[in-house]
Design a protein around this ligand. Structure first.
Ligand SMILES: [Zn+2]
Length: 388
């Protein structure tokens, strides 16, 4: 059955062949796939019509970085940080203890709640990482549960060194590259490492990424959140699709990312939640690097499921225009996940789109704290609606 989406305030397709904000445009889809886009007065006859009531329409958000399989509560860490404590990678240990102790049902229902929030905020494609189990069985369990929610699953056994391996981190890296990878690869599309102070060295990171790659996984990396240790060179050498965080970056590292066509995934919720300096997105854009923004939803450093809030932060604090931030949250996220079927509204793409209750996408950044996302469609099906 064909459906026409019409009466659109402005259509932001992220297609390279159309105006950034097309006026009086419409599009159609059939069997969940977009079939036509063009001026509304040339629209084909369709079986059904979705009336956008003058609201802006844009692609569904693609959140390429989230840690949703965990148990426990870190709200007190946040409050302590806001009272003056500094953030370090070590706080992850308390989440690991709680996650290991939790039942499958607890982990599943916590993830379900967060995924539901993401859907309501317009996220139609999302990535989920492991990384709070840090044993062979707990990491595999996390990925098995993550797979119930998304095909974009990432094995992050190298998130931090667990307490029982503190005296011999390399033995833990051996485990990650060996039995843990073997157990987790069947449930994963990606391999990832936290390469930073207090986590893994560039040498250890390279070992894990190359082992993952040899097991058929695609490569992404957490780097340069706390300092610049050499993770960018490792990412380039291992063929990473995306490097995420990038709070601290030298001009040389920017050049390496541009040369190697690596997507820069910026996570403004982390700077917000850890009261850290925001990276200047203009440096990445001017270096010719594709930028994605993602929530990094996790209990420690960014307990945020709202992509509109991240867009507002990217605009206000990282100096992106609204158009650039929306592109980073849609087409940019798709590029960071190496996905060619989502993130744009154009023929052949999945019919994943958002109808706002405001006439322009500016409201995503202009009116933070109230989401203008009114209707969320994925594969042509209504996923969420705040319509009365
Ligand atoms: Zn992360």
């Amino acid at each position: 059955m064909s459906t026409l989406v019409s009466n659109i305030g402005e259509l932001v397709s992220e297609s390279d062949n159309l105006p950034a904000r097309a006026q009086r445009y419409a599009f159609s889809f059939d069997h969940g796939v977009i079939t036509w886009i063009g001026p509304e007065d040339q629209a084909p006859q369709c079986d059904d019509i979705i009336d956008a009531h003058g609201g802006a329409v844009l692609p569904g958000f693609v959140d390429s970085h989230a840690h949703l399989i965990f148990a426990g509560d870190r709200s007190a860490d946040f409050a302590a940080r806001m009272s003056g404590d500094s953030y370090s990678a070590g706080g992850i240990a308390s989440t690991v203890t709680a996650t290991r102790a939790a039942s499958d049902a607890e982990l599943r229902s916590n993830a379900q709640r967060l995924v539901g929030q993401m859907h309501s905020q317009g996220i139609t494609t999302l990535e989920i990482k492991s990384g709070y189990g840090l044993t062979v069985s707990d990491e595999q369990r996390a990925l098995r549960i993550a797979r119930e929610f998304t095909s974009e699953t990432t094995f992050l056994g190298a998130h931090v060194v667990p307490a029982e391996f503190k005296s011999d981190p390399d033995a833990y890296v051996d485990l990650v590259c060996g039995d843990m990878l073997t157990a987790c690869a069947p449930f994963s599309r990606w391999i990832d490492v936290f390469c930073d102070r207090g986590a893994f060295t560039p040498e250890q990171s390279a070992r894990v990424l190359l082992a993952g790659k040899a097991a058929g996984l695609k490569v992404r990396l957490h780097a340069n959140q706390l300092e610049s240790l050499g993770g960018i060179e490792v990412a380039a050498a291992c063929g990473a699709i995306s490097v995420d965080h990038l709070t601290f970056m030298s001009d040389m590292e920017l050049a390496v990312m541009a040369e190697n066509n690596i997507v820069a995934t910026l996570l403004p919720g982390v700077e917000f939640s850890t009261r850290s300096p925001y990276p200047d997105a203009r440096r990445f854009l001017e270096a010719g690097i594709s930028v994605a923004i993602a929530t990094d939803c996790n209990p420690g450093s960014s307990f945020i499921t709202s992509m509109p809030f991240c867009i507002a932060l990217a605009v206000r604090e990282m100096h992106m225009s609204v158009d650039e931030a929306v592109r980073a949250a849609t087409a940019g996220g798709a590029q960071a996940l190496d996905r060619h079927d989502v993130g744009r509204i154009e023929p052949g793409m999945s019919a994943d789109f958002l109808i706002l209750d405001r006439p322009s996408i500016d409201y995503l950044a202009y009116s933070p704290g109230t989401s203008p996302v009114q209707r969320v469609f994925r594969g042509g099906q209504l996923l969420r609606s705040s319509h009365e």
